[in-house]
Write a protein that binds this ligand. Structure first.
Ligand SMILES: [Zn+2]
Length: 372
């Protein structure tokens, strides 16, 4: 984008989705642009955990026509717009005032530098110790391509430049082996080598790289552009591998052991909780902590297997608390309390990219739960 060009909704979304690709959202989710126009010129951005009528009014008051929220206001199909629910009223208010609504939800939960890294740091885990609690499987593809000798390096470089070959903290990961390829050009072909109607033998290199699916289109395009053959022999395979930097929850270690009660008191203060619901204390120091912003009870088994002393999350049901079973302390801090810091995270990201733009943090506190 040129400095003198107006900022469009699609520019802001492109930055957010480079960070948290929409392909990483869970199947039940509805992240992405929910209301509005991709090409609208952005007058200001308001970042909020939830999108409510109050938040839309706040955006209008501060001149922001794009609301970026963590939770999608629309989760299931709406059949009528009569204002009978807060969801309908929020959507209608946004449309009426030309305000675009964008949600960055479970895709931001699933990246290593998203919701859960922030929460893990807030509860005191050191940066070096943090890792994904349940790495996501089946989000990786493998691309295999056959390249004539002498062109392999250029094709490999092209696919690396397009983002292939990234594994955890390594990039440019690839593998190759040399072999013999054959092909027979048919009438109409314009072969790189060989004659029409005659089988050609060629020394070729088989290149293998892994690719994240959201980069696949760009990688295949770059591969074909750099490849000398008219027909590029290649294959794309889905892999069942997990990715260490993509997945749910986070586990990490405190710089030093802490007393359980002191840890919970600090947690309550740091996350500004009205109360922390927790299972019985186990009389052992807290060293390792698992976290999951939002509803994380599905990760209890992973937290126990990871050897966490405490699992910080929210939305545990009564019977699920029993599953701690003396093996871990569940600390249910409240859904809002586990995620409000996500708005700082989104704002920081946008600020780095668009430093001179009107970016606002919502003042409205949409937490529907109160304590007394
Ligand atoms: Zn949430």
């Amino acid at each position: 984008m040129q400095a003198n060009q107006p900022l469009r909704v699609r520019d802001v979304i492109a930055e957010l989705e480079a960070w948290a690709p929409p392909a990483l959202q869970e199947s039940y989710d509805n992240s992405g642009l929910l209301v509005g126009d991709w090409n609208a010129e952005v007058t200001g951005v308001l970042v909020s955990l939830d999108c409510t009528e109050e938040v839309v009014a706040e955006a209008a008051a501060c001149g922001a026509n794009l609301i970026v929220s963590h939770h999608p206001i629309v989760f299931k199909g709406l059949k009528r717009f009569t204002g009978s629910t807060y969801v309908e009223r929020t959507v209608m208010a946004a449309i009426r005032q030309g305000i675009q609504l964008y949600a960055i939800h479970t895709n931001l939960d699933n990246v290593a530098d998203g919701v859960n890294q922030r929460l893990a740091s807030l509860v005191g885990c050191t940066t070096e110790s943090q890792r994904i609690l349940r790495p996501k499987a089946s989000v990786l593809m493998q691309v295999v391509v056959y390249v004539p000798q002498g062109h392999a390096e250029a094709v490999q470089q092209a696919v690396f430049d397009a983002g292939a070959g990234r594994i955890g903290n390594y990039d440019e990961c690839g593998w190759s082996v040399q072999g013999q390829g054959t092909f027979r050009p048919l009438p109409g072909a314009q072969p790189f080598a060989g004659q029409i109607g005659e089988r050609e033998q060629a020394v070729e290199v088989r290149l293998e790289v892994v690719v994240e699916p959201w980069k696949l289109g760009g990688v295949l395009h770059a591969m074909k552009a750099a490849h000398p053959y008219e027909e590029v022999a290649h294959s794309v395979w889905p892999l069942e591998n997990t990715l260490s930097n993509i997945g749910s929850g986070m586990v990490g270690e405190l710089p030093g052991a802490m007393d359980e009660a002191a840890f919970l008191d600090r947690l309550k203060a740091t996350l500004r909780c009205g109360a922390v619901k927790h299972t019985q204390l186990l009389g052992r120091p807290v060293r390792k902590v698992a976290v999951c912003g939002g509803s994380g009870s599905f990760l209890l088994g992973d937290a126990i297997r990871a050897g966490a002393d405490v699992f910080v999350t929210s939305d545990f049901k009564y019977h699920e608390f029993f599953d701690a079973d003396g093996r871990i302390v569940i600390a249910d801090v409240g859904h809002y309390e586990s995620e409000w810091q996500t708005t700082d995270l989104i704002l920081k990201r946008l600020n780095e990219k668009f430093p001179n733009f009107a970016l606002h943090l919502a003042k409205a506190n949409p937490n529907p739960i109160h304590y007394r």
